[in-house]
Design a protein around this ligand. Structure first.
Ligand code: UD1
Ligand code: CA
Length: 447
């Protein structure tokens, strides 16, 4: 396939979002929009990815550290000006550039590859990715000449009634020949309704220079959705969520109720895992094969091995790692803990900052007391240990190999391997106590 450099435009304010947060950092399926776009370029085979930042640029730059090269557009004078600002970053480069707005998160690598291949094989100076939509509101309209060739892109604000009726619109994605692009950019004017230098006007400039421009039409227009408002953001969210559900099912995961199952964009799930309703798997979570999860389970930034059972009603917080065949039952919260193979935490527990070996049994209601008000401390529970119901393990503390904890214990010091720890007051029975009390009460009443 033909090579290219990706250039993402992400300097705009995103005024229509009505947000303090830069638009491209708003999330779609659990990850910022900009990550979808940068990830798309990487998966499409970009040799390099450059992101133009400006409004809220410090946040975007910090977020992208190490993932893309950053270029600053100090003043946001339009999409054409944004590309021009990136000029120095292309010094010495001579090849294809794919320009993508940072607010178009649903595109697929197949589309980008098709655009670049079509552009390269046709030998054009510019190829625009267009789409046919029922409602073209907000998009630039594609104007074609009598032979059907692209003649211009006209922004809605600058369009006549006749042009506004056109349903073929600009996705904002282009493939350009680098040299031709940077020859044309200085010729843009800002004589338009917004007083901006529009990248879209490059098409007319190139045509006036006798260069050839063309178009690739998106087969599935839902890919080209541009996010200018919270309403569009929610449309993208729904589309991306559905795509993730579809991918999971296609790769062998059973979703009992897809619409109540939420899987973030970066989550991976192994085949033959069954997910029951009202389950959320978020962040960078990774789930193994043949697990049963849900209903009502929330897993965030955690790893789950194969053949695990989780739920109903449990919560794996970030940094949790379950080995194979682990059972996490109902009303269990686990945070930043490692759980070894075959261990069971069946009911009503909090396990935090814990390193648990294999074949451990945690009785109902057991709590690791990991926080003393100042520091978080670690609990170690070695292989085969049996923790009786309703115990408190006060960290830092270690329960040795095969040790037993008597039910209801508060464990404050280490338990040696193979030992029984009883950390509670011994029971005392007072024979005849009830009858004595009654007698005392009735003599009081007589007086
Ligand atoms: C733009 C296109 C429109 C297209 C639509 C597709 C232009 C003039 N219009 O309109 O034809 O149908 O995208 O979604 O290009 N940006 C900068 N610097 C700036 C201005 C914008 O980096 O000075 C960035 C924005 O952050 C955004 C992208 O460019 O990610 C597009 O800008 P936006 O204002 O959203 O353009 P649209 O009105 O959506
Ligand atoms: Ca936009």
């Amino acid at each position: 396939m033909a090579s290219f450099v990706g250039l993402v435009l992400a300097a705009g304010h995103g005024k229509r979002m009505k947000s303090e947060l830069p638009k491209v950092l708003h999330q779609v399926a659990g990850i910022p929009m900009i990550d979808h776009v940068v990830g798309l370029l990487v998966r499409s085979g970009a040799s390099r990815t450059i992101v133009v930042v400006g409004h809220g640029g410090e946040l975007v730059e910090e977020h992208l550290a190490g993932c893309a090269d950053i270029v600053w557009q100090k003043e946001q004078l339009g999409t054409g000006h944004a590309v021009l600002s990136a000029g120095p970053a292309f010094h010495g480069y001579d090849g294809n550039i794919v320009v993508i707005p940072g607010d178009v998160p649903l595109l697929t690598p197949e589309t980008i590859v098709e655009l670049v291949n079509e552009h390269s094989s046709s030998g054009r100076s510019a190829t625009v990715l267009t789409m046919h939509v029922d409602d073209p509101t907000g998009y630039g309209r594609i104007v074609r000449d009598s032979q059907g060739n692209v003649a211009a892109i006209v922004e809605q604000r600058d369009a006549t009634e006749e042009i506004r009726a056109v349903r073929e619109v600009n996705t904002g994605v282009f493939c350009f020949d680098k040299k031709k692009l940077f020859d044309a950019l200085p010729r843009l004017s800002n004589d338009n309704e917004q007083g901006e230098y529009y990248l879209t006007d490059v098409i007319e400039v190139m045509i006036s220079q006798g260069l050839s421009v063309g178009a690739v039409v998106l087969r599935d227009a839902s890919e080209g959705l541009g996010i200018n408002s919270r309403v569009k953001l929610s449309e993208a969210e729904t589309a991306m969520r559905n795509r993730k559900r579809y991918e999971a099912m296609e790769s062998g995961v059973t979703l009992i109720d897809p619409q109540s199952t939420f899987i973030d964009a970066n989550v991976e799930i192994g085949p033959d895992t069954i997910i029951m309703p009202f389950t959320v798997i978020s962040g960078n979570s990774k789930i193994g094969e043949s697990c049963k999860i849900g209903p009502y389970v929330y897993i965030c930034d955690s790893e789950v091995g194969n053949e695990c059972n989780i739920g109903p009603f449990s919560y794996l917080r970030p940094g949790t790692s379950l080995s194979d065949r682990v059972k996490v039952g109902d009303f269990v919260e686990i945070k930043k803990s490692v759980v070894g193979e075959g261990s069971k935490i069946p009911h009503l527990s909090y396990i935090g900052d814990t390193v648990m070996g294999s074949k451990v049994n945690i009785g109902a209601g057991t709590i690791t007391c990991n926080y003393n008000g100042t520091t978080k401390n670690t609990t170690i529970i070695e292989d085969g240990a049996f923790v009786g119901a309703n115990s408190n393990l006060v960290a830092p503390v270690k329960v040795g190999l095969d040790a037993y904890i008597a039910t209801g214990s508060t464990v404050t010091s280490d338990v040696p391997p193979g030992a029984l720890a009883i950390g509670r007051a011994r029971q005392e029975n007072k024979e005849g106590w009830v009858a004595k009390r009654r007698a005392a009460q009735s003599s009081k009443e007589e007086k």
